[in-house]
Write a protein that binds this ligand. Structure first.
Ligand code: DAH
Length: 340
């Protein structure tokens, strides 16, 4: 009998439980009213007198050990339970601030234009910001030393070949036409540079979105319809007009205005009282330009247009000074978090 108890003592020593249920099984086994301890006590009366003393002592050890182990296991389970059931979190504390990024107003406008033209089959193209004279001027029908070059004050780069920061995205037209044959239908968003004094209304860096469509039988009417579609999609305005203008690379050339209306004071302000807002330059690609770029002007014709992004962004977001667009002051940029 003594050996049996000692064996159990060893089991108690080694016992592990992982939850309250297992702890209860332990308690019932060893300490319960039908448990081992109770059973051994019941045996006491059967033990011969000369062994009673030793038996009693062993029984006491068993009791102490079982009770002690039970207490120890209970404490362990309770403390791990506390962690599981109620983590040390104070949900009333303010959270850590998360800095949400925002799109730059210029990107917002460009993305929107990309989407609108993509829907009618225009493909987005990008090209170099540092250009040679050919791609920025000569191929686009700006003759050498021609005053038309003065229309666009240029940042020249000191290099062996005549290079400059591109003054417009029309250079991308040339790059594409040199490498592809019609049908060509692209828009080219990008950054351009002009050697101009910086003020609230003008900057030496700005963005344009260039458009080009070349195929057989492309007409001025096709251009007008495409630009009307753009005006409707982008501005939500259904009336446009094309005013005669001049660009070396288009013939005829035009300036497109969108009819804004004159309902509010703001309408008056942004249209200078005319109701019309000037939006872009456009025209039929000059046959010389097509030929310069390796496209047969007897077979193909096309139109092109160039949209200035900053002025539109300023009007859309009510930005009073173009310099804000380039300073990247976080207080300014943060205001566009809600605009996708
Ligand atoms: N490149 C012109 C500028 O920077 C804008 C422009 C006008 C582009 C007419 C064109 C166009 O493609 O057809 O002022």
């Amino acid at each position: 009998m003594l050996d049996k108890i000692k064996e159990h003592l060893q089991d108690i020593e080694n016992a592990i439980v992982t939850d309250a249920k297992e702890l209860e099984v332990f308690r019932v086994n060893y300490l319960g009213s039908k448990g081992l301890l109770k059973g051994f006590f019941n045996e006491f009366k059967n033990i011969p007198n000369e062994h009673k003393k030793e038996f009693g002592k062993t029984l006491n050890d068993f009791k102490k050990s079982a009770q002690g182990k039970f207490d120890e296991l209970q404490q362990k389970i309770q403390s791990s339970g506390v962690k599981k059931e109620s983590p040390q979190l104070d949900l009333t504390l303010p959270g850590y601030p998360v800095n949400v990024g925002s799109r730059h107003p210029v990107s917002i406008i460009i993305n929107e234009m990309n989407d609108i033209f993509s829907k009618i089959g225009f493909i987005i193209k990008e090209s170099f910001e540092i250009e040679d004279d050919w791609h920025n001027f000569s191929a686009l029908n700006f003759p050498e030393e021609h005053p038309a070059r003065d229309m666009q004050d240029t940042f020249f780069i000191e290099s062996k070949i005549k290079q400059a920061l591109r003054t417009h995205t029309s250079s991308v037209q040339v790059r594409v036409m040199e490498n592809e044959q019609p049908p060509i239908r692209i828009i080219a968003p990008g950054r351009v540079f002009r050697n101009e004094a910086i003020s609230a209304r003008s900057h030496c860096i700005f963005h344009q979105v260039e458009g080009l469509y070349i195929d057989k039988n492309v007409s001025f009417a096709d251009m007008k319809q495409t630009l009307l579609y753009f005006a409707k999609e982008f501005f939500g305005k259904a009336k446009i007009r094309l005013r005669p203008s001049y660009f070396p690379f288009t013939e005829p050339s035009a300036e497109m205005d969108v009819y804004w209306g004159l309902e509010t004071e703001v309408d008056h302000k942004i249209t200078k009282g005319t109701g019309w807002l000037e939006v872009l330059g456009c025209g039929m690609v000059d046959p010389n330009v097509l030929d310069n770029c390796g496209i047969d002007s007897k077979i193909y014709s096309g139109y092109a247009f160039g949209i200035g992004v900053e002025r539109i962004a300023m009007q859309r977001f009510n930005i009073p000074d173009i310099r804000m667009i380039f300073e990247n002051d976080v207080r300014f940029l943060k205001q566009f978090t809600q605009v996708v």
